[in-house]
Each structure stands twice: as structure tokens, then as C-alpha cells.
Design a protein around this ligand. Structure first.
Ligand code: TTP
Ligand code: MG
Length: 353
């Protein structure tokens, strides 16, 4: 029987690393990416230098600055992160078509075909890390294992700049000493409930019976038990079909003038219409994405009576949504337009491709 070989790759301090890549003055320094310390901003990403002062993601920026007063704070540049993410995912896909992106900076890769050919997993992992570094300048941590769950825990455990291969048969020994919160799907509440039962490590959990787990956590209980034992048969699912098509733009300087916004919107609608035409699909839902000067981001959607694909129709709907959000003094950093809820002849070919 073939043993699956799965990689979980995750960029180290993604946003902060991209900032240091683009501005070498930030290299080796505590860097915080997020909202301003004066406002109610939080840390989205922090360099490992900042982490040594106790700074963590999702911490209020003001608190992070108290812990690390000499940190350099920079606002996020989502466009740039999306661009880098695209490069990394393309690089992953050059190794295997079976790539399942989980977020901008992490993905599962099914490399069972390389394992079958006898390529050692440490060699695959090391060469993946080297290629990412050489082609993008960024650093990834890589976990390799026989399942998604174990690979993900392995990459988390070896950060930063790590490579950890859990050999087949060693899953349970690897997981056993780790705290239960390291398991995907165990949040603070489940952790607390397990602690109340005296269960602190994955080894403690792995020793329980299915009946015990079902009684306490319902259907999810036995699933958690299986994961704690390193049993996970979920396949790596590459993205097959586009479910929406969108375009967005981050402005050089924030926009508040309704006419200037309408002009930008018209350009975005044209881009989306071109992409829909290329795929031969129409969509019934038009969505706009808006990001304010303070980084508050939200979307507004409208479902139309009939599917549309032409720029003018998309623009009418998008403009209607945006007009409700523009008001004097409100400044926008980013504008996006998307069409989804596809129907039409093209849909079949899209699904097949
Ligand atoms: P993570 O991979 O969780 O964090 P990271 O890449 O900054 O650091 P590491 O993986 O080395 O622990 O998230 C990826 C990006 O997602 C991160 O750079 C910024 C963004 N993000 C937020 O915006 N808010 C958050 O609370 C978290 C956790 C991440
Ligand atoms: Mg990361």
C-alpha cells in the first residue's frame, strides 16, 4: 500500500518578511505590520525579532509597542502580499498539481508520487525551501508527514526556517508530548474542557476511548481522538473551479471624491468583464469590496434578477453599492469588484477545466 506524502508549507512572519524584503533597512529588526498604535490597531504579523519581546499576532498594537518600544511599525500592503502569494503557489504547483492553498501564506502539497519513486522527503523539503528562498527571497517552514494534520503540526513545530519530516510510523510518538492546542480544530474552549478532564497532551487524548470522546464531544469526539493518534485520511484538494471572478486596486493615496471612485470602479468592472468573457460565464451576484483609510474592510453584495457579464451591467450594480457607502470625509484605500453565482453555457467547461 502506498503511504501518502504530504507537505505543509507556511511562510515565516509573512507580511513582516515581505516588508523586510522590500526595505532592507528592516532586515533583522523587530517589525510589526498592522494598524497604528494611536488607533485601535492590532498586530497582523510580526518578525521573529519582535516575538522575542513577547509580541504576538492579533495583539493590540499599543500593547506590542509597550513590549517592544523600538519596533518599526508599518501598515499592511495587501496587494503586494497577494502578489507574493501568487508566486509561491505557482512555484508549489510546479512540483505537483495537487496543491491546496489554505491561506495566502500556507498550502498543502501532495507529493506521494515523489515518495513512490524513492525520493527522500528531507531532500524534497530542503529543495522546496531553497527554491522559495532563491526565487522569492522569502523563508518557509516545511512539515512533511503521511497526513495533512501531522504535516501542519510539524511545520508549526519547526518554525522559523524549519524542516521537519515525521517518518511513517512515528506519527504518534511525534504528537504524544505536544499540548492539545497544537491540534487543528482545538480552540481555547476545547482546550479548557480537556484540561478540566486532566488531559493536557495529545498523548493523554490518544489514550482515551471512542465512547469517552463521543460522550463529551459528540460526533467530533472520535475525530479528535483519531487526529491525536496521527490518523487523518483527508486528501489534499486542489482548487478546481473558479467560483467568482474579481479585480481590486489599492490606491496610491486614499480616495474620497465620488467621481474619482466611480472612474476607478469603471476600470475594475471592465477587467472583471474581460475575465468573464474569456471563461464564457455570467454571474448573478455582484460584490464590491471596500477598505477604508483605517483598514476597516467590508463587502456589499447585490443579487440581480438575471446573470450579467458585460462591464456596463456590472458597473451599474457595483456603483449602486458603492454610492451607498461614500460620504463626505470617508476615505477609501482599496476598491474591489467581483462577480459570482455563475450560470450559463460556459459553466460546464469551467468545471471541466
Ligand atoms: P500566519 O502564518 O499565522 O503568521 P505569520 O506568517 O506572520 O508568522 P508565522 O507563520 O511565522 O508564525 O499568518 C499569515 C499572515 O496572515 C500574516 O503574516 C498576517 C496575516 N494575519 C493577520 O492579518 N492576522 C492574524 O491574526 C494572523 C494570525 C495572521
Ligand atoms: Mg506564516
Amino acid at each position: 500500500m502506498t503511504i501518502p506524502c504530504i507537505i505543509h508549507a507556511d511562510l515565516d512572519a509573512f507580511y513582516a518578511s515581505v516588508e523586510a524584503l522590500d526595505n532592507p533597512l528592516l532586515k533583522g529588526k523587530p517589525v510589526l505590520v498592522g494598524g497604528s498604535p494611536e488607533g485601535r490597531g492590532v498586530v497582523a504579523s510580526c518578525s521573529y525579532e519582535a516575538r522575542s519581546f513577547g509580541v504576538r499576532a492579533a495583539m493590540p498594537m499599543a500593547q506590542a509597542m509597550r513590549l517592544c518600544p523600538h519596533a518599526i511599525v508599518t501598515p499592511p500592503r495587501f496587494h503586494r502580499y497577494e502578489e507574493m502569494s501568487g508566486k509561491i503557489m505557482a512555484l508549489f504547483r510546479s512540483i505537483t498539481p495537487l496543491v491546496e492553498p489554505i491561506s495566502l501564506d500556507e498550502a498543502f502539497l501532495d507529493i506521494t508520487h515523489l515518495g513512490e519513486r524513492g525520493v527522500p522527503m528531507t531532500v524534497v523539503g530542503r529543495s522546496l525551501k531553497e527554491r522559495v528562498k532563491a526565487e522569492t527571497g522569502l523563508v518557509i517552514s516545511v512539515g512533511v508527514a503521511s497526513s495533512k494534520s501531522v504535516a501542519k503540526i510539524a511545520s508549526d513545530a519547526c518554525k522559523p526556517d524549519g524542516l521537519l519530516v515525521v517518518e511513517p510510523g512515528q506519527e504518534r510518538a511525534f504528537l504524544s508530548p505536544l499540548p492539545v492546542k497544537d491540534l487543528w480544530g482545538v480552540g481555547p474552549r476545547t482546550e479548557e474542557r480537556l484540561r478540566a478532564e486532566g488531559i493536557l497532551t495529545l498523548g493523554d487524548l490518544a489514550r482515551q476511548s471512542d465512547a469517552w470522546a463521543r460522550q463529551r464531544f459528540g460526533k467530533r469526539g472520535p475525530e479528535l481522538l483519531a487526529l491525536s493518534r496521527g490518523e487523518d485520511h483527508r486528501p489534499v484538494l486542489p482548487e478546481h473551479e473558479a467560483k467568482s471572478m474579481s479585480a481590486e486596486v489599492t490606491f496610491e493615496s486614499d480616495l474620497s471624491d465620488p467621481e474619482a471612485i466611480a472612474f476607478q470602479l469603471s476600470k475594475l468592472c471592465l477587467r472583471v468583464a474581460l475575465r468573464l468573457a474569456r471563461e464564457g460565464v455570467k454571474g448573478r451576484t455582484v460584490t464590491v469590496k471596500l477598505r477604508l483609510a483605517d483598514f476597516t474592510t467590508f463587502t456589499r453584495s447585490l443579487s440581480l434578477p438575471a446573470p450579467v457579464s458585460d462591464a456596463a451591467a456590472i458597473q451599474r450594480a457595483a456603483q449602486h453599492l458603492v454610492s451607498k457607502e461614500t460620504r463626505p470625509g470617508r476615505r477609501f484605500r482599496l476598491l474591489g469588484v467581483g462577480v459570482s453565482n455563475f450560470t450559463g453555457e460556459g459553466q460546464l467547461s469551467l468545471l471541466e477545466s
